[in-house]
Write a protein that binds this ligand. Structure first.
Ligand SMILES: Cc1ncc(COP(=O)(O)O)c(C=O)c1O
Length: 441
């Protein structure tokens, strides 16, 4: 590629494309031309380890032969079939497989295109359910969401969102939501204090449910870790306790596993860590291994059955590409890879490697904290945050590693099949970035 063309592409990328979550005034991004395994390559031939799995979705690396082949094979059949009045074998097989693997009782799958749309439909299904279940409760109009929640960027999902920087501006457009505390487990990490903390958080949710008894449509929660909030890990037992509260108060539980699901935490579904089976479960991102847009909302039989009957009970909701066969083929191949990796010696070894590496890095500075579950990790600066994390990530580019800062936090979310050597490179590069940031500052 000529220098002229490269310059022109970079200029157009800055001026014509409006990049997500980016201040375009000073935008300076990479233009990636190709990728292989855990590595991205830009138009200048520079290679970067994809330590963020292309925003938490590339589970098995880029150009994985099995996923590539599944998509190619599907292309020879059909690329797209509408979900309205039709289906395709691979989409049906995927739905059946997801219900088989999901927590007990989730027997139906509504396909969407991205995370936000999966959460939107979960909320609409829950709302409509109370209006047409065997003993309708139309007075249920409220949602309870977690402090600092992030469920996507559509208006409905922004309403349940609680990250001030992203959501506050839109408040006048949003329906009111009951908000509990953000169950930040990092306040106390020793076991006894963490258990007390968990009970305190749960008491706040109990109070909210009690004050609004009979009026709550659903509680919506990201399980175990609120990623976009800055990798906020919950105290152990919080999800389980929240699910029990929902049962006690007879409301629905929507679990949003868009970021933490599909094997990221070492289990296929994050809910499994606390033996929770929600009423509605949203998955996306890693579902297709980071290849194609697809998300899904799984629901229980009780919910699905309440939509059966005459036309008035129909769920009038859909997305053009919901259940797309190319995406479904990618998801089937991804699931096969993920199922064989989960619990394997190599994945356990990588999780330990990340744990040891992050612990070492966190000892670098008193203000630095590390958190991790499976291959979902982060380093967080307790003070001087956003500028330090941005500065470390900038330094990492010099070492050929791409990580994207998130406030005062550096999420470390590599492909779950990352090699020992690549993970070592990532961890060593972080040390280099810290050397040049923390020591110098
Ligand atoms: C927990 C959670 N829910 C929903 C979303 C929205 O997903 P999407 O960007 O695919 O709409 C995200 C995205 O990061 C997320 O982390």
């Amino acid at each position: 590629m000529s220098k002229f063309l490269k310059d022109e592409l970079e200029r157009l990328d800055r001026t014509v494309i409006w990049h997500a979550f980016s201040q375009m005034e000073n935008y300076d991004g990479l233009v990636i031309e190709s990728a292989e395994g855990s590595w991205l390559q830009d138009i200048h031939g520079r290679r970067f380890l994809d330590g963020a799995s292309s925003l938490w979705c590339n589970m098995h690396g880029h150009r994985h032969p099995a996923i590539d082949q599944a998509i190619r094979d599907q292309l020879d059949k059909v690329a797209h079939v509408t979900n309205l009045g039709m289906s395709h074998p691979v989409t049906i097989q995927l739905a059946e497989r997801l219900t088989r693997l999901a927590p007990a009782g989730l027997e139906h799958v509504f396909f969407c295109s991205d995370g936000a749309s999966a959460v939107e439909v979960a909320m609409k299904i829950a709302f409509q359910y109370w209006r047409q279940c065997p003993e309708p409760q139309p007075q249920r109009t409220k949602f309870i969401a977690l402090g600092s929640a992030y469920h996507g960027d559509t208006i409905g999902t922004v309403a349940v969102g609680g990250v001030a920087r992203f959501h506050e501006l839109f408040r006048p457009l949003l329906f009111p939501v009951l908000r509990g505390p953000c169950p930040d487990g990092s306040i106390h990490e020793n076991q006894t204090e963490s258990a007390t903390l968990c009970q305190e958080y749960l008491a706040a949710y109990r109070a909210l449910l009690a004050e609004n008894a009979g009026e709550v449509v659903a509680v919506i929660a990201e399980p175990l870790c609120q990623c976009a909030a800055g990798m906020v890990f919950h105290p152990p037992g919080f999800l389980r306790g929240l699910a029990e509260l929902c049962q006690e108060f007879g409301t629905l539980l929507i679990v949003d596993e868009i970021a933490v699901g599909m094997g990221r935490t070492g289990r296929l579904f994050a809910c499994e860590h606390e033996q929770v089976a929600p009423d509605l479960l949203c998955i996306g991102k890693g579902l297709t291994g980071g290849y194609l847009p697809m998300s899904a909302t799984l629901t229980s039989k009780k919910i699905f059955q309440s939509f059966l009957g005459d036309a008035s009970k129909t769920l009038y909701h859909g997305h053009t590409y919901g259940g797309n066969p190319l995406s479904a083929a990618a998801a089937m191949a991804t699931l096969t890879l993920t199922e064989s990796l989960l619990g394997s010696e190599s994945m356990i070894a990588r999780i330990q490697q990340l744990e040891i590496g992050l612990k070492k890095l966190s000892e670098y500075d008193d203000e630095l904290r590390a958190r991790q579950l499976g291959l979902l990790g982060c380093l967080q600066f307790r003070s001087g945050g956003p500028s330090k994390s941005a500065s470390v990530c900038k330094r990492l580019l010099e070492r050929g590693v791409w990580l994207r800062p998130l406030g005062d936090c550096i999420p470390i979310v590599p492909p779950i099949n990352i090699s020992e050597k690549d993970l070592e490179h990532l961890l060593n590069s972080l040390e280099y970035g810290l050397d040049l940031t923390v020591k110098v500052l």
